[in-house]
Design a protein around this ligand. Sequence first.
Ligand SMILES: C[S@@+](CC[C@H](N)C(=O)[O-])C[C@H]1O[C@@H](n2cnc3c(N)ncnc32)[C@H](O)[C@@H]1O
Length: 274
Amino acid sequence: MRGSAWQRSCLGYKERFVDDFEFNGIRVRQFPSRSVFEKAVSDAIGANVLDASDDEADNDRVPDTAFTVWDASVLLGIYASRKDVWSRLTKKKAPPNCSRPIVTLELGAGTGVASLLFATSEVVRETKYTYNMMMTDLQSAINFTRLNVHANIHNIPNNVTITTQPLRWGRVDDMDALLRDIGHPDILFGADLLYTCDKSVISALAETVVMLTGRVAVFAVCKMHRPESIDFFVSLIECNFDVRHIPASSVQMDLLASDDDFAVLELWRRKSRI
Ligand SMILES: C[S@@+](CC[C@H](N)C(=O)[O-])C[C@H]1O[C@@H](n2cnc3c(N)ncnc32)[C@H](O)[C@@H]1O
C-alpha cells in the first residue's frame, strides 16, 4: 500500500523541495538545488559561499540529491530508534557499560533526517550511554547538513554529541582521516544511497562501507530508483558481510511502507576486524 503521510514522492514541488520538513519533533530545511541553498546563505551573510576547492570528480553524479528529504531517511530513522533494533545493533542490553560512547556514522546524510530522528529518539534519551554521532556528506553538501543539525540542536539530548565532516566515498584519504577521528563506528547508517546507475559511484560506496564499518551497517533502500544498483552493491559487499533483508512493512506497522518500494538491509561483518 502506498501514500502514507511520511512518503513524499506524491507531494507537489513546493512541499517536496522548498518547504521545511517536520516529523517526530525534528524540522529540517530543504532547497530545490545546491545553487539555491548557496544563494540563500550568500544573501544571509552577504558573502559568496561557493567552495573554491570544489572538485567536479566527487560531485554527486545525480546533482543536488542532498538538499531534499528522501523517504528512506525517515524509514531508517524510525527503524534504528526501535528499542529491540537498537539493543540488537549495539549488542548492549542492561546493565549498560557507560565508559565508552556509542559511535554512529552516517554516509551521505543530506538533510540529516535519519541521524536526527535517531539522536532525538526515546531510545537514545532513555539510556545512560553517551553517543558520538558523525554525519558525513560531500563537501558541497555538508554545510547544508550542518545547518539542519543547528536548527535542531535544542532537541538533541545532552548525552549526544553530533559532528559533521565531509567524506567522499572511495577516497582513502577521507576514510583514513575519519578512522583517525572516530575509529570504526559501532553502527554505520545509510539512507537512499543506492539511487544511481553509475557503477563507479556504487563501487566507491561499497569500498567505503567495507573499509569503515565496524560490526554492522544499516541501510534503508528505495527500490523505486535503481533496484539493479541495490543488487550490484550487495554483490560487492557480501563476501565481507552477512546481509539481512528486513521487510519495510515490518519497520513500523502504521507507516504502511511497501515491501515493493523499500527495504532495510543490515550488513553484519563476517569476521570482527576491531
Ligand atoms: C539520495 S540522497 C540521500 C540523502 C539522505 N541520506 C536522505 O535519505 O534523505 C544521496 C546522498 O549521497 C550523497 N553522495 C552522493 N555521491 C557521494 C559521494 N561520492 N561521496 C559522498 N556522498 C555522496 C549526496 O550528496 C546525497 O546527500
